[in-house]
Design a protein around this ligand. Structure first.
Ligand SMILES: [Mn+2]
Length: 424
């Protein structure tokens, strides 16, 4: 489904006066408002192909009506999101759930919707039908070289699919670990993982990046072979300059100081990608900013500080992606909410008076430092983010437009009630 530009214009006309009042008021107090709006317009967050269907829990999945049943329909859904917010200009493919069989056709469809291809994701956490060796006891870390070889071959296949559509990165997340003490020799598991990743790294094109994602626990409960940023960074450093750590917000133990992790990884030039979501307990896959918006702001504060110090372009220097898929909301509305929350946190962090913060830190002025950060965080920047959207030709209020125009009903009319998206 292609969203008629007229619908967006009508929606915007309805809210333009209210928007102009709010934005005009806010802009008066922001000295460098124009470059901030430009940065907001440029900042794109990739949508993973598995987030367009309703997610499940380990107890069940309640599919929603009108879910995209094919990769083409998933790309159309991302196109719809991008038309609404002009901030979701890329899709991240998961192999084998979403194999681009006719890559030229898929590329042409994506290009017609102004959608690019973000990192490709491999899957060695499930067994596929007809697969020779099982991943029940892991993949790249497995004690059996035949299993490791099969997992390596899969990752190389994923790189090839990515090359065909124009991706520039491979994300490897391993479910490898152990659930009982004694099950695994930690050093052997690490060395096997490193050797396997080295094989994959050899097949990485020159202009590609390899993102090594970590996760503290689950599916295994005693140890994860790439369980934290230390293990990921060790691997990335040993692999070489094209390998980076990827931070997923839901993959930490409770109360981990993620902003500090981000800061140090950037200092080392080894932060490559970022997966947004939110959580109350662990990897809860909730809408970004729905539980801990202040944490999201503090993370962006460190991201901007580190990227600016290293001369990294905010929009293109790192891989930005949403990684969330839960089972209650319409996935498209949920993604619109996540993108909005991410852009709000980014905008707030752009408002931080960095020179004043540095001064306060040098003077050990704890109160002042806190005031500077919270002054930015407590600024209502919704009209600033909306102004960036408006200038890019998107909707002033994407969620409202989605609901008022009954876009899901239109998708149901096109696709039927019983389509089911591939994914977990
Ligand atoms: Mn992730």
């Amino acid at each position: 489904m292609i969203l008629d530009k007229q619908i967006i214009n009508q929606h915007n006309n309805q809210f333009i006066d209210k928007h102009k009042r709010a934005f005009g008021h806010l802009a008066q107090d922001i000295p460098n408002v124009e470059p901030i709006i430009e940065k907001l317009q440029q900042f794109q967050i990739a949508i993973p192909s598995w987030a367009l269907g309703t997610g499940g829990t380990r107890f069940g999945r309640f599919s929603g009506p009108g879910e995209p049943g094919t990769l083409e329909q998933k790309i159309e859904d991302v196109g719809l999101l991008h038309a609404l917010n002009k901030s979701s200009g890329a899709i991240s493919l998961h192999i084998p759930w979403d194999i681009p069989k006719d890559s030229e056709k898929i590329k042409a469809l994506a290009a017609s919707l102004e959608i690019g291809f973000d990192a490709v994701n491999s899957n060695t956490f499930q067994d596929q039908v007809g697969q020779e060796h099982s991943y029940k006891f892991g993949s790249l870390h497995h004690v059996d070289p035949k299993v490791r070889q099969q997992a390596i071959a899969h990752n190389i296949e994923v790189i090839n699919y990515g090359k065909a559509v124009g991706s520039k990165a491979l994300t490897v997340w391993l479910a490898d670990g152990s659930s009982f003490p004694g099950q695994l020799n930690f050093r052997d598991a690490f060395q096997n993982t490193l050797a396997s990743l080295q094989e994959i790294y050899k097949h990485l094109p020159e202009d590609w990046k390899l993102f090594v994602e970590y996760k503290a626990f689950e599916p295994y409960f005693y140890s994860m072979t790439i369980g934290d940023w230390g293990q990921s960074l060790l691997l990335a450093n040993k692999l070489g300059p094209k390998a980076y750590t990827l931070v997923d917000l839901g993959h930490h133990l409770p109360n981990a100081n993620i902003e500090q992790i981000v800061s140090l990884l950037l200092m080392e030039g080894k932060l490559g990608g970022f997966h947004f979501n939110d959580s109350k307990y662990a990897d809860d896959d909730l809408t970004a900013g729905s539980i801990k918006p202040y944490q999201l702001f503090l993370i962006f504060n460190e991201l901007i500080d580190g990227m600016d110090r290293n001369g990294i372009d905010h929009a293109s220097g790192l891989g930005w992606m949403i990684d969330a898929s839960h089972n209650l909301k319409d996935p498209l509305v949920d993604l619109l909410q996540s993108v909005e929350a991410i852009k709000i946190a980014y905008a707030q962090a752009l408002l931080v008076d960095r020179a004043a913060l540095k001064q306060a830190q040098q003077a050990n002025d704890v109160v002042k430092a806190q005031e500077i950060l919270q002054d930015a965080f407590r600024t209502d920047v919704r009209s600033l983010v909306a102004e960036a959207r408006l200038r890019s030709g998107a909707a002033l209020n994407p969620v409202q437009l989605f609901n008022e125009t009954k876009l899901r009903d239109q998708l149901i009319a096109e696709r039927g009630l019983n389509t089911v998206a591939t994914g977990l």
